[in-house]
Structure formats: structure tokens, C-alpha cells
Write a protein that binds this ligand. Structure first.
Ligand code: PLP
Length: 394
């Protein structure tokens, strides 16, 4: 067979493999040789959702009439449970028919938003370091990513004044994500006021990715850019049940805000998917409307793990600010290593996998992201191995 056209599209060939899939392959390669690898690289909650959430799923999946297509925009009760949550939590009033769209996990919404908003050649502004979807989406569409460099000296917040007028002219959307993956940084309302004013002045859709807003510690309460007066004109926020309710595998997310952006996203999604199962929608409603008390205890577990990681790193001479939110402790690599070398060393010598920061972009080079979403006993074991390996090198 001639081999000139029988091959995948350039967007597949030019796309590097998803970073965590590549790490997963490396981990599996040493696990098949018998190594007991502890993965602290991925942010998938290890604890289950509360019992009332699972009970709803079980009941609903046993009913005879819950197995058909369940609508492109989710059922109205799910949309109003989402708007009630935004009212209660942020004081933001939303129209459940025009300003809310349930998603099959927020990741598909992040990528599809590029299809819904960008033409080839348009610019998307994306943080570096940052979550991969902000780069993959524009690549799929044939548009251009311009990076917003996040620096530790600016508390991992972007400097909007550093964006050139030429880039601003072409920029149609901008991604922000606080509480931030991978840095664990948080933003206050004053920052979001600045961001909203900047996007409004430059005709840019502000896409705020907010899956970690409820994973908070030390009494910290996260904020949303939708709290800024008039924000709904230029902001769409992506939120998720994955981390908030320990439901990562069930794939439930939401887009909230600008009716124009929500409608555009909805139009694209109507072509790509057919919504998600009714039992899962009802499970999501149970999560939002049921008892929220268990989240406090869940966050206390994460907080104890965070403190243990910070204390271990301090003993090893690595001092980092204590994150007020997210599942991540972000720390600089010890002198003498690159982040990739350090990942490899810990994987092979300690059988512990901690994500190298450069998988989140150049701005993450020589930083590491350690996830606290692993059972406490396994985390303790991993930290003990870290002490042993690092002790040997000191
Ligand atoms: N955005 C960020 C910053 C994330 O870290 C993640 C998952 O880790 C997602 C989006 C995707 O979450 P979901 O499970 O809702 O697709």
C-alpha cells in the first residue's frame, strides 16, 4: 500500500503524547519488573464520594427509565442545583437556562471552548506553567498560544502589562486557573477585578478554570471572577465535581457565565456528544444539594498530608510556601538536578513518581509537583523513601 496518505492527521502527529500517559508508561515499565511504585504525580482523589451520593447513583441506575439519552444541556434540576450553588457560595446569580452548561468532566469543556471561540490564526493567552488543555485546544483549532509567564516572585500570577499590543490585538481568549495547578497559588478578588477589566478593555473572553476552589486549607475560601461586578459579560468559568466531590472518574463538570460563550460551547458540544447518563446527573444533584459537612473532614485529611509533605521537604532543606488550596505541593528541585532527572532518580531509586514541572511548560522547569491525593499510609511510605534517597545524596 502506498504510504503517503494512510496516516493520522498532522494534529495527531504533531501533538506530543499526553504527559501523564507518558509518565504512566515509564511507571508501568518498572512496575512490571516488580517495583512497588507510589504515584504522587497525578491529582486523582483517593477517597470516595459521600455515601448519599453513591446511594443516589445506585438507586437511579436501578430504575427502568434512566437509561436513555438525557439531553444535551443536562436536566433542568441539575442546572438549577448548579446556579443555587453559585448563589450560595459566591453570591452570583445565574440564569439556569442560558448561563450554565453541564459538561462530561471539565476537560472536554476546556478543549471544546477553543473550537467554540477561536478561528485559525486567533490567539489564546495561556499560563505557563499551566494545565495541558490550554495548549492542546488551540493546537487542534489551528490557532496560536501566547504564554502568560507565571513567576514565583509574582506569587505565580501573570503580569498583564507584559503582553504586547500586537498580541493583544489578536487575542480572543485568556485562560486563568486559581487555585492553581501546578503551583498551588491562589488569587484574590482584587486580582480578578484587574483580570476582568483587562479582558473587557481588550475584548477578550476570560476563561477561568476552577476545579480546585473547594480544596482549601487553614480556613481559606477561594473566590471566583464571576463575583466581580459585570463579569458575566466577559467571563466563562469551568468547574468540576472531580476534586470537589471525589468524583473524578464519573466525569461531571460545568461551564458557567457569559450567555454568549455558553451558547457557543453548547452548539459545539451538541455536534460532539449527547450529554451524560441520568443516574450520574442525579448523583451530581445529590452532591450539590446534600450535606456538605463531609468536605470539611476530607479537606482536613488533605491538610494533614500537606503538612507532612511540607515538614519532610523542610527537613531535606527544601523550603516552600504552604499552599492554601489544591492537591499539590510545588517545590524547586534540589541543586544539581533538572526536574526530569530528579523525577527519574526518585522513580528508579525510591520507586516514587513526582511530576516534573516542565510537563506544565517551560515556566515549570526545575520545579516538581507532588500530589497529596494518595492514601495517607502510602504517602508516609513515599516520604520515608524520599528521605532515604535524598539523605544518601546529601
Ligand atoms: N483543569 C485543571 C487545572 C485540572 O488540574 C484538571 C484535572 O486535573 C482539570 C481541569 C480537568 O478536570 P476534570 O476531571 O473535570 O476533567
Amino acid at each position: 500500500m502506498p504510504n503517503t496518505k494512510f496516516r493520522p492527521a498532522d494534529r495527531v502527529i504533531n501533538n506530543p503524547p499526553y504527559a501523564f500517559a507518558a509518565i504512566g508508561n515509564e511507571v508501568r515499565a518498572i512496575m512490571v519488573k516488580g517495583a512497588d511504585v507510589i504515584r504522587l504525580d497525578i491529582g486523582s482523589p483517593d477517597m470516595p464520594p459521600a455515601p448519599h451520593i453513591i446511594e443516589t447513583l445506585v438507586e437511579q441506575s436501578q430504575a427502568s427509565n434512566t437509561h436513555g439519552y438525557a439531553g444535551y444541556a443536562g436536566i433542568p434540576t441539575l442546572r438549577s442545583a448548579i446556579t443555587d450553588y453559585y448563589q450560595r457560595r459566591f453570591g452570583v446569580t445565574l440564569d439556569p437556562d442560558k448561563e450554565v452548561l453541564p459538561l462530561i468532566g471539565s476537560k472536554e469543556g476546556l478543549v471544546n471552548m477553543h473550537l467554540a471561540w477561536l478561528n485559525p490564526g486567533d490567539v489564546a493567552l495561556a499560563p505557563d506553567p499551566g494545565y495541558g488543555a490550554y495548549n492542546v485546544g488551540p493546537q487542534i483549532v489551528g490557532s496560536v498560544v501566547e504564554t502568560l509567564l507565571l513567576r514565583p516572585e509574582n506569587n505565580w500570577l501573570p503580569d498583564f502589562s507584559a503582553i504586547s499590543p500586537e498580541i493583544l490585538e489578536k487575542a480572543k481568549m485568556m485562560w486563568l486557573n486559581y487555585p492553581n495547578n501546578p503551583t498551588g497559588a491562589v488569587a484574590d478578588l482584587a486580582f480578578f477585578e484587574e483580570a476582568v477589566a483587562f479582558c473587557r478593555a481588550n475584548d477578550i473572553l476570560l476563561c477561568h478554570d476552577n476545579p480546585y476552589g473547594e480544596i482549601t486549607f487553614d480556613g481559606y475560601q477561594s473566590v471566583s471572577p464571576l463575583q466581580v461586578s459585570g463579569a458575566k459579560e466577559v467571563v466563562i468559568e469551568f468547574n468540576s465535581f472531580s476534586k470537589t466531590y471525589n468524583m473524578a472518574g464519573w466525569r461531571v463538570g460545568m461551564a458557567i457565565g457569559s450567555a454568549t460563550a455558553v451558547e457557543a460551547l453548547s452548539k459545539i458540544k451538541t455536534q460532539f456528544d449527547s450529554g451524560f447518563a441520568l443516574p450520574i446527573q442525579r448523583m451530581a444533584i445529590a452532591a450539590l444539594t446534600g450535606d456538605q459537612g463531609w468536605l470539611i473532614e476530607r479537606n482536613q485529611v488533605y491538610q494533614r498530608r500537606r503538612d507532612l509533605v511540607i515538614a519532610t521537604l523542610a527537613d531535606l532543606g527544601i523550603m516552600v510556601p504552604v499552599p492554601l488550596a489544591t492537591l499539590y505541593v510545588w517545590f524547586p528541585v534540589p541543586a544539581g538536578y533538572t526536574d526530569v532527572d530528579f523525577h527519574r532518580k526518585l522513580l528508579h531509586e525510591a520507586h516514587v513518581s513526582i511530576a516534573p514541572g516542565s510537563i506544565f511548560g517551560e515556566g515549570g522547569r526545575n520545579w516538581m509537583r507532588l500530589s497529596i491525593s494518595t492514601a495517607s499510609t502510602r504517602l508516609e511510605e513515599a516520604l520515608a523513601r524520599l528521605r532515604e534517597v535524598m539523605g544518601e545524596t546529601d
